[in-house]
Design a protein around this ligand. Sequence first.
Ligand SMILES: [Zn+2]
Length: 450
Amino acid sequence: MEIYKDPEKTKKEVTELLQELIRNKCVNDGTHAEEMRNIETIARYLDKYGLEYEIFESTKDRGNLLATFGNNNPRVMLGPSHVDVVPAVDEGWEVPPFSGEIKDGYIYGRGAIDMLNTVAAQTVAYAHLVTNPEFKPKGTLMLGIVSDEEAGGKWGVEWLLKNHYDKWKADYVMTETGGFSLASGTNNVLMQVGEKGIYATKIRYEGKQGHGSMPLASDNALVKVSEAMYRLGNYNPPVEIQPYWKEFVNSFPISSIQKKLLTSKIFLPKIIKSLHEKGDPIAPLAHALTSMTISPNNIKGTIKFNVIPGDVTGEVDIRLLPGQDEKYAIKHIKKALGKDLFQKLEITHSLYYPGNASPFDTPLWEAMEKAVNELIPNSRITPLVIPAVTDGRFYRLKGAVAYGAFLFSPDESMKDFLSLYHGKNERISVKSLWLGTQFFAKTIVNMLGS
Ligand SMILES: [Zn+2]
């Protein structure tokens, strides 16, 4: 079944939709983003096709939009895709970051790959699928466009699943971070299947404040917390070779001996060390994807050079692999600090999500692989766990299968993308945007039938 009857016209449609979404400038500064502007753009687009949808306002000017078609199981969502973006300043950009200008075949602008591209592609795919009389899905097709991902999802997916789960529940969802090639020119497309969790740890010591001229009379909290931070920063949590890492490595164009070494608990740390010394950017990724990481990043409670601080808190960014949880984090914090120091400190957390991942032997995975092959023959898709969080985690915690999916042109590789996320000159080629738009339509046809 051909979904896009007039490809040139649809390509123009999705390009213009993305440009408008960029220009709406829904910047999330942590307190608000006025996403309703983008939600209204999506609503107007769906109106043109005479489609129904519902808007959920979580808090003033912060909108979320849901459209559904059919009413059987499984429930498959294009989305949740967020319409808020991170801030950008003009400096260092080739074109102003909210102009949505096209230059040399690329649409420039904040949100071009994170993730207004997906919002535009999924909206266009949804409209063309459900207005096609031949499309008779075996389940329910949903389009979910949301707010507030960039500040943690409090007024977006978290709020929606808490307050409107009956409408927003889904068995399969497709959100962000996927669809790029491992290396430029290879037909090996990465799709996100999981995310590392976060355990934002607070380490506090209450000592005794005093004057810097007579330190013996005090109990310096900075010294204690610094010691704890030092021990944590130098601790190496155990290496864990998970099935996702194995699949990822197996997709590399390298020899089988190299693959064995990269999936060996013993050799991997040595390889990472040597790659890192050579300045290879794959080293920090490989490190992050094969163990819990600990990064002591902040200290609060100091006053001035001659005041001995009596109450200091250190903040540590701990990231957990899929399957690792709070218990695991605490066990290793204790090991790193030693029993003696551990007992003297107050250890709490300000944010916690366990590591999470979806299996990749599902009907949606097959449907995506088939769609990719229809567009880029002889390609494969490879599961990727990312060292960051997306809205996918909320759905995984509800038992849904969540992937980060899209399809970029294979001449744009992972290395290019890593520098563009939240970076300067964020852009997507018109070619890739169109490829992604076709990918979503084909995936849904493969998944739900016609
Ligand atoms: Zn994003």
